[in-house]
Design a protein around this ligand. Structure first.
Ligand code: NAI
Ligand code: AKG
Length: 536
């Protein structure tokens, strides 16, 4: 079946071509479908790629039975119901950097346009006038710029502001001191302090629960007389009613707005009547260069996800700073180790998993969250509908099932590339450890208290037996007679003649009756069989 992708908004064709030329992909380009039509058709597609004009609501995501990925040709994902996408295991991929410069350049164009009265000058010239003295403006040089949100766009604005001879202050509680230093910006202790200390205040934060309405009447009243307020981030961050009320006092120089709480802005909106406001119709990213950049970036991200399950670009998976080349082997080990632990507990009759703890060596410390997701998927995969279970939603599904998830300390692990999972069900706990080296297959090194050394491949059988002569031969003969080939057989024991454990990897699943037949052999007390998802 072909992989089907719907492009719902105007996305640059250079990006779309990346998808169209991928064998097995079918791309429909239909900008911009009304929400009800999109809802009817979403079930046909594996991925949707859009811009800000398409709202990806919970309802739409739920209607997308085969939907695996949302691509956003731009930065802001406030139009995507991220919680629902995560719950459903749908990857959300954006293009975080391609339009940064476009917004920064528009900022200076629009602010200078306001300060030098360019709109009014152009209109008066067309009306046949020559109003030089009425159009005297002000300069940026020597003024203070206050940036709310010192991220990519805020930093790009900062760099250019220095070229204009401005002094910089910024408010961003999440940005490091180093970022402030690199941008030569003083850290404002509060938003109000920033508003009170700047001649131009510009907002470059995402719209989210924290920033919605962040600039209201109280913050606006802190603005200096004669100052300018700019919003090129998202409508809703600044309270529009409060801004209109503040502008009506005529103590500010004005405002520059590119984004609105409702887009398109109503034809009769009072902003349209204010001469002290420069209005643009969400043009921040509208340059040829930026549209090409974001289209190529998001389409490549969506393609790589659909082809290779590459989640490194997905906003709803925490890959952290991990080495992504080494990650697939580590993810496989974490998932399989957890799957083995759950199966061993199940053989002991402890089926209701209550807690999962994952610890890593230092090399995987930053990948802890995504490895924990992989382990959660391993614990759940034979318990829930595995079709939709993935690294995006595994932790959420596990938490909903009452499984407590914990990240243990990395530094205690004996090996830099070690991974250990501990799965608890009632009073029982099983600990499985392994290593994911850079240049070889991952190995299991510990099952409960036994030291082992096998690669968890395809089907794995764990036998508890007494350490007496002949067991290995009898197991080999039984499996051979059942037509099952043994890939690896590792026997471990605590002490001679005591309790022993065998880990057997098989080239295929044993027949269903094999476990019962093994249990009939002398000295074998428990048999656990785990078949892993995947081809190897
Ligand atoms: N007008 C347009 O066409 C465009 C608008 N945008 C908007 O600009 C926003 C910013 O884009 P980038 O700079 O690329 O994002 P970014 O993620 O690089 O930077 C956002 C910054 O905001 C900061 N921040 C978050 N919450 C904050 C808070 N409560 N107070 C102060 N700072 C806070 C973050 O720490 C971060 O440094 C996007 O989320 C998008 O909504 C982006 C591109 C085009
Ligand atoms: O192209 C768009 O949808 C506008 C750009 C934008 O707002 C964004 O990238 O967040």
């Amino acid at each position: 079946m072909p992989v089907r992708i719907l492009v719902t908004d105007r996305v640059n064709p250079v990006g779309i071509a990346l998808l169209e030329e991928t064998p097995g992909f079918e791309v429909d380009v239909e900008p911009t479908l009304p929400p009800d039509v999109l809802r009817q058709r979403v079930g046909e597609y594996d991925a949707i790629i859009g811009r800000s004009a398409t709202s990806i609501t919970a309802d739409l995501l739920q209607a997308g039975g085969r939907l695996r990925c949302i691509g956003r040709a731009g930065v802001g994902v406030d139009n995507v119901d991220m919680e629902e996408a995560t719950r459903l295991g749908v990857a959300v991929i954006n293009a975080p950097a391609g339009n940064t410069v476009a917004v920064a350049e528009l900022f200076f164009g629009a602010v200078i346009g306001l300060l030098r009265n360019l709109g009014r000058a152009d209109r008066s010239m067309r009306e046949g006038r020559w109003d030089r003295s009425a159009l005297t403006g002000t300069e940026l040089k020597g003024k203070t710029l206050g940036i709310v949100g010192l991220g990519r766009i805020g930093s790009e604005v900062a760099r250019r502001a220095h070229a204009f001879g401005m002094t910089l202050t910024a408010f961003d509680p999440y940005a490091s001191d180093d970022r402030f230093q690199r941008n030569r910006a003083e850290r404002a202790p509060t938003l109000e302090a920033l508003m009170a200390g700047a001649d131009v205040v510009t907002v470059h934060t995402p719209l989210n629960k924290e920033t919605r309405g962040m600039i209201g009447a109280a913050q606006l009243s802190a603005l200096r007389d004669g100052s300018v307020l700019v919003n090129m981030a998202r409508g809703g961050i600044i309270d529009e009613e409060a801004l209109l009320a503040e502008l009506a006092k005529e103590r500010l120089r004005g405002a520059v707005l590119d984004v609105y709480s409702t887009e398109p802005l109503e034809g009769e909106h009072p902003f349209r009547d204010r001469p002290d406001v420069v209005l643009t119709p969400h043009l921040g990213a509208s340059t040829m260069e930026s549209q090409r950049n974001v289209a190529v970036d998001v389409c490549a991200g969506v393609r790589d996800f659909l082809l290779h399950d590459d989640l490194s670009r997905s906003l709803n998976v925490e890959v952290g700073g991990a080495d992504t080349d080494a990650l697939p082997a580590a993810l496989r080990l974490a998932r399989r180790a957890a799957s083995i632990a759950r199966a061993l507990l199940s053989t002991r009759g402890a089926r209701a998993v209550s807690a999962l703890t994952l610890s890593t060596g230092n090399d995987f410390a930053s990948a802890g969250p995504v490895l924990l997701s992989a382990a959660a998927a391993g614990v759940l995969e034979n318990v829930v509908d595995a079709g939709r279970l993935n690294l995006i939603n595994a932790r959420q599904v596990a938490s909903e099932r009452g499984i407590e998830l914990r990240l243990g300390s990395g530094s205690k692990a004996p090996h830099l590339r070690a991974i250990e999972v501990r799965v608890q069900a009632g009073d029982e706990e099983v600990r499985i450890g392994g290593v994911a080296p850079l240049d070889a297959d991952p190995r299991l090194t510990r099952i409960a208290d036994f030291h082992v050394d096998v690669t968890p491949r395809r089907t794995l059988m764990v036998l508890h037996n007494r350490d007496v002569p002949g067991v290995i031969g009898r197991v080999g003969t039984l499996l051979g007679n059942a037509g099952v080939n043994i890939a690896e057989y590792h026997q471990a024991r605590m002490a001679q003649g005591g309790e022993a454990l065998a880990v057997v990897t098989l080239d295929g699943p044993p027949p269903p009756e094999a476990s019962a037949q093994l249990l009939e052999l002398p000295d074998i007390s428990r048999v656990t069989v785990v078949s892993f998802r995947g081809d190897d």
